[in-house]
Design a protein around this ligand. Sequence first.
Ligand SMILES: Nc1ncnc2c1ncn2[C@@H]1O[C@H](COP(=O)(O)OP(=O)(O)OP(=O)(O)O)[C@@H](O)[C@H]1O
Ligand SMILES: [Mg+2]
Length: 342
Amino acid sequence: MGIDLGTANTRVCVRGQGVVLDEPTVVAVKKGTDEVLLGGAAIGATAKEMLGRTPLSIDVIRPLKDGVIADFDMTEALLTYFIRRVHHRRHWISPRIIVNVPTGVTAVEKRAVFNAAERAGARKVYLVDEPRAAGLGAGLPIHEARATMIVDIGGGTTDIAILSLADVVISSSIRVAGDAMDDAVSQYIRRNYNILVGVNSAEEIKIRLGSASPRAEAEIPSEGVIEVKGRDLLAGVPRAVTITAAEVREALAEPVRKITDLIHETLEKTGPELSGDLLERGMTLCGGGVLLRGLDQLIHEQTGLPVRVADDPMGTVVRGTAVFLDHLDEFKSILESAEDDL
Ligand SMILES: Nc1ncnc2c1ncn2[C@@H]1O[C@H](COP(=O)(O)OP(=O)(O)OP(=O)(O)O)[C@@H](O)[C@H]1O
Ligand SMILES: [Mg+2]
C-alpha cells in the first residue's frame, strides 16, 4: 500500500485498488494522554470537526507540521488506525508500505516517518519523494530526458521540483502553503478587527472568499462578503464582523508572494537545456493550495510559462503512488534508491 502522509490530509492507496482512504491528518485524544478517543474513531474527519471545540478533557492534535512529523506517537496512532481500517482489521497482514515524503526534509525527519510507519505495523517501509509520485499522478512523462516541473502547494509546504529521467534534478521547498494562508487570514482579522477566529473558520474564509489577484476576486460569486464569527479580544465576548473578498486577498498576498518568489528562484537555478524544455512544456501545479482562485493564472503571468493544474490536485501524489504500486517492476530502481537513502 502507499500513504501520502500530508500535513492537512492523509491518503492511502492499495495495489490494484487505487485510492481507498482520504482523511484529515488529525487525532483526538484524552487530554494529557496518548489515548485516542472512541477507540480510534476520533481520527480524521471526526477529529477535525472537533478542532477548537473541545472540552478540557480532550486534545485535538495535528501530528504533522510543515510537512514533517511534530508528534511522533500521534503519527504512529494515526497510521496504525488507517492501516488497520484499510485492511478491515480481520485480515491483519503486515503490509509493505510506500510513504511519500517531501524533498526538503532532513535525514532525521525522514527517519521519523520511516520509524512511525514501521511501528504502525509495516513489514517493510519505502520512502518515495512526493514530486516523483506527483509527476506520475499527473500523468507526466517523468521518464524522458526532458524537464518536467511540478509545484505542489499543500497544507504545510510548497514543494517545487524539476524532474528528468525519473529523478529530481532541482528541488526547493518552503514551509508556506495552505496553513500559512489560514494563519494570514486569522492574523489579518485579529489585527484589523480584534477578533480571534478558529483555524477551521480561517480555512473556510480562505476557501470561500480567497483569491490571488483582483481579477480572480472579481469572479467570486455572491456579493463577495462573509460574516465572520469569533471572540472579541477586547470585550472578550463573541462578535461577528463582515469581511470582504478584497480583504481576504490582501491578507493572502504575503504567503502568495512567498510561493511565487520560490518558483522564480527555482527557475533561476535551472540550467539552459532544462529551461528550454520548460518554456515549451511549462509546469504542473498540484496540492490543495492551488485551488486558491487565480493562483495558477498569477503564476502563469509572472513566469510566462504554460501552467496546468492537475486533475483533482489534492489526490495527485497518492494517485501517483497507486500507479507506482501497479508497476513496481518498472519502478524498481526508484524503490532501490529509496532503500539506499536510509
Ligand atoms: N478551494 C480551496 N481553496 C484554497 N485552498 C484550499 C481549497 N481546498 C483545499 N485547500 C487547502 O489545501 C490544503 C490541503 O492541501 P493538501 O491536502 O494537498 O495538503 P497536504 O498534502 O496534507 O499537505 P503537505 O503536502 O504540505 O504536507 C489546505 O490548506 C486546504 O485549506
Ligand atoms: Mg501533500
